[in-house]
Design a protein around this ligand. Structure first.
Ligand code: ISL
Length: 555
């Protein structure tokens, strides 16, 4: 038996505001733009929105570098626009979850400005400001590296001090062991919850506790991506304690949902963080399924869906009834999964439908990312000038200074660039896909003529229609939320078959994970075919087309 909760039943939809809908023609998505498009989400059938950061920010990392937690980024609108958005979301019976970025702030946040300026400032201990090492202090305090290239330390020679930043040089890590800092964060979280937001997605929240003394990292660990130091903070000594305080003092009094973004925690720690008696998080995002073994995001390769099957089966078997997990394939930090699986346009729709089926019928809370519902794919970027993301640009510069040619450096960045997921949402076949009447902050490559919301709505066989049907099916069959999951051991390799069973009945899912047709004995007459992703053939058809998915309901 599973304890019921709205966030277990909900289908979430992630909005990346900068690229969703622009209402005023400045080329940048905004809050009024989101409001204008809310009915698309109602039509799709989603229950809740995760809104990426909309706070005041100098935008070094598109809002993940916050300057003021209690103000709205001017490009996105005003606090009045935000209040209207929240009211409009609630009026439609949906919920709104915001992004909480409290591992770090912008270097332009007043706390950091003060901390840097005045060594005696009460804000000094909010951050990791340390003297340099080496004879003249010209070496960083330790060997940790930034996720966005180079050392994790920024040197301020004029202040004779170094500041820790695990991400960009404008994203300064907060010291969670400092109680007054935690109290300020908790007050800020409560301020938003008082407004009525329904919860938060907590950015890299498993990184908040750093090992005291900040010892050097072992370069062998995290070697694949050259991240040195991770073992000292990816699940630091006081992580659970800090999460419990945040839960107790901020989330619990409002019954708000806490969704952790937790890169690298693995199954056991994921279970611990979401354990229902532990008072920490409700859901976690884990990332183990996103790359094939031995591969990293920047490798250019075809993703074999048998890997997805292996990881998800292991995860689903292990997670049990007392902890819960988020299910996602796309987000704003990753190239589009459809492109990774099979970049050939002829397979796009089938792959998009197959992925949707997996995501919406397995156990866990599905998070769709904008554009996924119409099958948006990666962009054919051809020049570094088209890229905007700080991670891509830093990596490119790093490769160039290590001796790569322009072409080599571009190739080294393209496959993994987060910008693939950040191109404008395609609303219609018009200029810039109806995203803006101006010049978009990042260009799309014209693909919106083939793939957009307006045309998809008019086509009952579209990827959009398939998402809508799956979401409706999920709503009609609680077994798809609370039921057990059982994987059919006789179906091997590319043929994936699993059952979701609950008090209300049973749903059977059959997937062909390959680009070749497969034979598959249809289930007996007890099962009615509810959905089939590839048109043609009858219920008893024993041949699955390339990437076909079918969903049967037991009579
Ligand atoms: O290892 C990583 C970097 O390549 C990732 O797992 C990284 O930790 C993760 O993508 C963190 O993402 C979140 O925090 C970042 C921000 O840039 C991302 O957009 C956000 O989702 C820093 O705030």
């Amino acid at each position: 038996p599973v304890t019921p909760a709205w966030w277990k039943e909900a289908v979430f939809y992630q909005i990346y505001p900068r690229s969703f809908a622009d209402s005023d023609g400045d080329g940048i998505g905004d809050l009024p733009g989101i409001i204008e498009r809310l009915d698309h989400l109602v039509d799709l059938g989603v229950d809740a929105i995760w809104l990426c950061p909309v706070y005041d920010s100098p935008n070094d990392d598109n809002g993940y570098d916050i300057r003021d937690y209690q103000a709205i980024l001017a490009e996105f609108g005003t606090m009045a626009d935000f209040d209207r958005l929240l009211a409009e979301v609630h009026r439609r019976g949906m919920r709104l979850v915001m992004d909480l970025v409290v591992n770090h702030t912008s270097d332009e946040h007043p706390w950091f400005v003060e901390a840097l300026r005045d060594p005696a400032s009460p804000y000094r201990p909010y951050y990791f400001l340390r003297p340099g090492t080496g004879e003249d202090g010209s070496e960083p305090p330790n060997n940790w590296t930034s996720f966005f290239s180079g050392s994790a330390w920024r040197h301020y020679p004029e202040h004779d001090v170094w500041a820790l930043h695990l991400f960009s040089a404008k994203q300064m890590d907060l010291d969670w062991d400092h109680a007054p800092m935690r109290a300020d964060v908790i007050a800020m979280v409560r301020w938003w919850l008082d407004k009525g937001v329904d919860g938060f997605r907590l950015d890299v929240v498993n990184y908040i506790s750093k090992r005291r003394g900040l010892p050097n990292g072992n370069p062998m660990i995290g070697e694949l991506m050259r991240f040195t130091g991770v073992e000292h903070y990816f699940a630091g000594p006081r992580l659970h304690e800090h999460l419990r305080q945040l839960r107790r003092e901020a989330f619990a009094p409002y019954d708000a949902v806490a969704i952790g973004e937790t890169p690298g925690v693995g199954i056991e720690l994921g279970k611990l963080l979401t354990g229902e008696d532990r008072g920490e998080l409700d859901l976690v995002f884990s990332f183990d399924h996103l790359e094939a073994p031995g591969k990293v995001r920047f490798d250019d390769y075809r993703y074999d869906l048998r890997h997805l099957r292996r990881v998800l089966e292991r995860h689903q078997r292990a997670f049990g009834n007392r902890s819960w997990s988020a299910l996602f394939l796309d987000n704003h930090d990753n190239p589009r999964m459809v492109s990774k699986v099979d970049p050939r346009p002829a397979h796009r729709e089938a792959v998009a439908k197959l992925l949707a089926t997996i995501q919406l019928t397995l156990r866990g809370t599905p998070f769709l990312y904008q554009g996924q519902e119409i099958g948006m794919v990666n962009q054919a970027f051809t020049s570094i000038d088209q890229l905007r993301d700080v991670e891509s640009l830093n990596r490119y510069a790093e490769l160039r200074s290590a001796g790569s040619t322009e072409q080599e450096a571009l190739v080294g960045v393209l496959a993994g660039s987060r910008d693939h997921a950040r191109t404008p949402m395609a609303w219609d076949a018009g200029p810039h896909g109806g995203f803006t009447t101006g010049v978009p902050w990042i260009e799309g490559d014209g693909d919106h003529a083939q793939c957009n919301v307006a045309d998809s709505r008019a086509d009952e066989r579209s990827v959009l229609a398939w998402h809508r049907a799956l979401i409706a099916l999920r709503r009609a069959h609680p077994a798809l939320v609370y039921g057990t999951v059982e994987f059919d051991r006789s179906a091997r390799g590319h043929l994936w078959r699993y059952r979701r069973s609950g008090d209300d009945g049973e749903v059977l899912v059959v997937c062909n994970l390959s680009d070749r047709p497969r034979r598959c004995r249809p289930p007996g007459p007890d099962y009615a075919l509810a959905l089939r992703s590839v048109p043609g053939g009858g219920t008893a058809d024993a041949r699955l087309a390339a990437y076909e998915a079918r969903v049967y309901v037991r009579r």
